[in-house]
Design a protein around this ligand. Structure first.
Ligand code: C2O
Ligand code: CU
Length: 593
């Protein structure tokens, strides 16, 4: 009896405590109070239990990301279950206040984790990106190029490699959770980066992706002109491969050069976790006997800010005096929010920049040490002859600093043995691709006119996105998925006029095609023709690039700073007569960025 009285008393207090003045008359009758407060107790309890369920559901993801997060989510869920039950069994004003305080604390932690970062985190005090999954619950399913009834149309799913008699090179890439340097990583075949895939130009490449991750995934062949169905973009060219599933990729390696592969599902997180690797397509001519050919994937160590090359911060490569050395450098480093490039420097010997983004340059000149700016995703091939004495060094590789005043981690590559050359990186000039090598013909760059011209203004703005207030990185003031696509017909020449009105660097990347660079800041190139799959647009710069629409499909065009891409810098190039049956969103679970 007494207990019931206390209970009523407590609940009544609570109602007054919540300040529902209009309800005040109800308190005058004790009999009237009971059902109302019971209803409140139950709904508060249900909300709390719902929150607990969400936290439990998110636990496996957090465990795989960072164990202390996982433990926190289990404790939080358990506390919420206890609270939910207590709200019904022993409701009291004190309990409600505690619940309210607890909720505010959890919200506070979330805001902190997204703004200044948390002291206990995979990288302490680094803010988490506000990404798609945070708002997935409010995002509708979206199709980049829906089927239109009454129109002759082909599905991207049918745009696979046509059968042929090429030499077949088969690989299996098993994506799974692994540990590197005591930290958790997601990796192909257990290593970060994954294995180097090396094939010959003209080979038919078959790769079986086996997914042993706790999440869906895919593989994209960055820079390679593959058939659309093999492009690996979850939600546009395929459904993400579910845990336990497999997917068979097949394409002919038509262009020689340096490329890389990475997940294109929840890309901003999965690349950072380690799902990356090099793919090298050697040219048809057999290389000379004394050529040393190395691919160097420069990347962030999963779960940290450390920078590494092929998994280590001090890589040593063999080369004898007189050897010709080719270094194929790929930037897979997760940049800071400014999207700044890495600037590797080769010291100790003169060298040639032989290729950019896998495409050879015409008549490259010998260079002394210079900083070669490489935006996220870009590649540079460097060739040199080993000197008679001393080692050669690739320096200038810096990780992303946590704060402007902190010293970022560094990495270096030493080629050969002997005395190390010393180099003062910050005093060196920057390599300028607009006046390097000698002019040559380029059908796309020399075209008298273009069939389609699109201006893309790079910007950013706070605003509503996916149902939440957030900062967006924008194309023409719009954030994906609402940036209108570029509509093309097969055979058309397409020109892009890219204007960077933002204070950040944006490497703008196209799938399935290659840009010919026309001009930088309105000035045409004076050196060799430049072919890129990503053009690095620095703050305030304007670049004109063009491509031939010769690979039908629905193709992504996005900033390769993946935090920018997931914050809106994403669009597609849509060919007439092609649709995609795939969608992105919460139901499908496809998250291309
Ligand atoms: Cu390196 Cu859309 O990708
Ligand atoms: Cu960007």
């Amino acid at each position: 009896m007494t207990t019931t009285g206390v209970e009523r008393e407590g609940a009544g207090e609570l109602d007054r405590g919540l300040g529902t003045d209009v309800d005040a008359p109800h308190f005058q009758s004790r009999h009237g109070t009971k059902p109302r407060s019971a209803a409140r107790s139950y709904s508060a309890a249900l909300l709390t239990l719902g929150a607990a369920a969400i936290h439990f559901a998110a636990t496996p993801d957090h465990v795989s990301e960072y164990l202390p997060y996982g433990i926190f989510f289990i404790l939080l869920g358990a506390a919420q279950v206890a609270l939910g039950v207590s709200l019904v069994v022993v409701p009291s004003r004190r309990l409600y206040s505690a619940a309210l305080l607890g909720t505010l604390a959890v919200i506070g932690l979330w805001v902190m984790s997204r703004t200044i970062g948390l002291p206990i985190a995979p990288v302490p005090w680094r803010p988490e990106t506000i990404a798609f999954p945070d708002f997935a619950a409010t995002l509708l399913e979206y199709n980049a190029a829906p089927f239109v009834a009454g129109q002759t149309s082909h599905s991207v799913a049918d745009l696979a490699a046509i059968a042929g008699t090429e030499t077949i090179e088969s690989f299996t890439l098993t994506a799974g959770v692994t540990m590197t340097r005591g930290l958790q990583a997601w990796a192909y075949n257990g290593t970060v980066p994954g294995p180097e895939l090396r094939v010959r130009q003209g080979d038919r490449v078959r790769v079986t992706l086996v997914n042993h991750l706790p999440a869906a995934t895919s593989i994209h062949w960055h820079g390679m002109r593959v058939p659309d169905a093999m492009d690996g973009v979850a939600g546009i060219t395929q459904d993400a491969v579910k845990p336990g599933g497999t997917f068979a990729y097949e394409f002919v390696a038509s262009d020689a050069g340096t490329y890389w592969y990475h997940s294109h599902q929840d890309t901003s997180h999965q690349i950072a976790r380690g799902l990356i690797g090099s793919i090298v397509v050697e040219s048809k001519e057999a290389p000379a006997a004394n050529v040393r050919d190395y691919s160097l994937l420069v990347h962030t160590q999963p779960g940290s800010d450390a920078i590494a090359v092929n998994g280590t911060d001090s890589l040593h490569l063999r080369a004898a005096p007189g050897d010709t050395v080719r270094l194929r450098i790929t930037n897979a480093v997760v940049p800071g929010f400014d999207g700044a490039p890495i600037t590797p420097v080769l010291a100790g010997v003169p060298y040639l920049v032989a290729a950019l983004d896998g495409h050879d340059l015409n008549a490259p000149q010998r260079l002394g040490p210079e900083r070669i700016p490489l935006g996220m995703g870009q590649r540079a091939d460097i060739i040199f002859t080993m000197p008679n004495t001393g080692a050669v060094r690739l320096a200038g590789l810096k990780g992303t600093a946590l704060f402007p005043w902190s010293t970022p981690a560094t990495a270096s590559v030493t080629i050969g043995v002997g005395l190390l050359p010393s180099v003062n990186v910050s005093s060196l000039p920057s390599f300028d691709l607009t006046r390097y090598g000698l002019p040559a013909q380029d059908a796309v760059a020399d075209a008298p006119q273009y069939d389609v011209t699109r201006e893309i203004v790079l910007g950013g703005a706070p605003g509503f996105r996916n149902g939440s207030f957030d900062f967006s990185d924008t194309f023409d003031g719009m954030a994906s998925p609402y940036v209108p696509p570029i509509h093309v017909r097969e055979g058309q020449l397409v020109r892009l006029h890219i204007v960077n009105n933002s204070p950040k660097f944006h490497p703008i990347h196209i799938h399935g095609h290659v840009f010919s660079v026309l001009a930088k800041n309105g000035r045409r190139l004076t050196g060799a023709p430049i072919h890129l799959d990503a053009v690095l647009v620095a703050p305030g710069e304007t670049w004109d690039v063009a491509f031939k629409a010769d690979n039908p499909g629905i193709w992504m065009l996005h900033c390769h700073v993946l935090a920018h891409a997931s914050a809106g810098m994403n669009m597609t190039v849509n060919y007439e007569g092609i649709y995609t049956p795939y969608t992105m969103g919460t139901q499908s679970g496809n998250i291309p960025e």
